[in-house]
Design a protein around this ligand. Structure first.
Ligand code: UDP
Ligand code: MG
Length: 311
């Protein structure tokens, strides 16, 4: 019988300390699930350390390894996308390279895949990050679930297995700012989440800066919800109501009494407050317009320097 072919795609950015251990554990998993033909696809997102040398040596010797090198750092999501675009076979596993996503879970993913699930994703039950970041994550996923019309699972990251048809569906989307976990839910089919304890990073520093994390959060929100736009309309409506009520009151006051209403500070606070609200929503509208602008330019999400494989 033909063995099913599984591609494990991993974004790599300056992970030289992690790679030997990662490769060792991936090989062990491949040996323990010999029913499948594993293929390892490393996407080097413009590393400046020895990651690319390590990976290309490996790829030159091992036909089950492919390395794609970007021309510069394009970011984690772009690297995952390249993984989806270049994966071949019956399913693709998307996984971080820093061993926070344990490769030993892949056989479990495969079991659920064989049971007819097109998407199997990890739900993070325990995070190893600091308290502030954990609260921020928890809050974000819950706000996202409220605002998007999608039924997105809470606390599910990118670590997942996608069937070939789901991978194809997502990789053929023309969307520029991709928020993979959102698109994965959007794709539909039978999906299953399994709880996984997320380990600490095996070695090295975290490569995601807070700015990148924030950009990812914004991509998620603005690509999957128009509620922030509606909020402007709602607030504007409330402000009109409040202003009209006060207007009526002021006219009544003037007609019934001979005194003129005073209130310079009230006026100032209201004006500054409302200008603030306006500027804020100007920014929100700007987020959407910026995304239309980026989409209009239609630049590819990544540029490939070279691909190393030997089969
Ligand atoms: N990564 C990447 N490009 C980047 C930042 C990160 O390819 O610009 C990779 C990184 O090598 C790792 C994965 O994306 O395999 C997740 O990054 P990291 O562990 O720094 O993020 P965290 O897990 O802390 O959210
Ligand atoms: Mg990590």
């Amino acid at each position: 019988m033909e063995r099913k072919r599984i591609t494990v795609a991993m974004p790599v950015f300056n992970e030289e300390e992690v790679l030997p251990e990662l490769i060792r554990r991936l090989k062990a998993v491949a040996e323990s699930s010999s029913r499948y033909e594993f293929h390892f696809l490393f996407v080097d997102d413009g590393s400046r350390d020895r990651s690319f040398e390590i990976l290309s040596e490996l790829a030159a010797a091992d036909p089950s390894v492919t390395v794609i090198r970007f021309s510069r750092n394009f970011g984690h999501q772009a690297a995952l996308e390249a993984g989806l675009d270049h994966a071949r076979g019956d399913a693709v596993v998307l996984m971080d390279a820093d061993l926070q996503d344990p490769p030993e879970v892949i056989p479990e993913f495969l079991r659920h895949f064989e049971e007819g699930n097109d998407v199997v994703y990890a739900i993070r039950v325990k995070r190893k990050e600091g308290l502030a970041l954990r609260i921020a994550y928890a809050l974000y996923y819950r706000v996202f679930a409220r605002l998007s019309s999608l039924d997105v699972p809470l606390d599910a990251g990118d670590f997942s297995l996608l069937s070939a048809r789901v991978a194809r569906t997502i990789s053929s989307l023309p969307e520029q700012h991709r928020y993979l976990r959102g698109l994965r839910s959007w794709a539909g089919f039978r999906q299953k989440g399994i709880p996984i304890e997320r380990s600490a990073r095996y070695a090295g520093e975290r490569k995601y800066t807070y700015a990148k994390l924030l950009a990812l959060a914004a991509d998620g929100l603005f690509s999957f919800s128009v509620i922030p736009l509606r909020a402007a309309a709602l607030l504007g409506f409330l402000a009109i109501l409040a202003a009209s009520a006060y207007g009526l009151y002021a006219i009544g006051f003037r007609l019934l009494t001979s005194t003129v209403p005073v209130g310079f500070s009230g006026l100032l606070v209201t004006m500054v407050f409302l200008s603030g609200v306006q500027l804020f929503f100007f920014g929100v509208v700007g987020e959407y317009i910026g995304r239309i602008y980026e989409q209009g330019k239609g630049r590819p999400p990544y540029v490939i320097d070279r691909i190393i494989k030997n089969d």
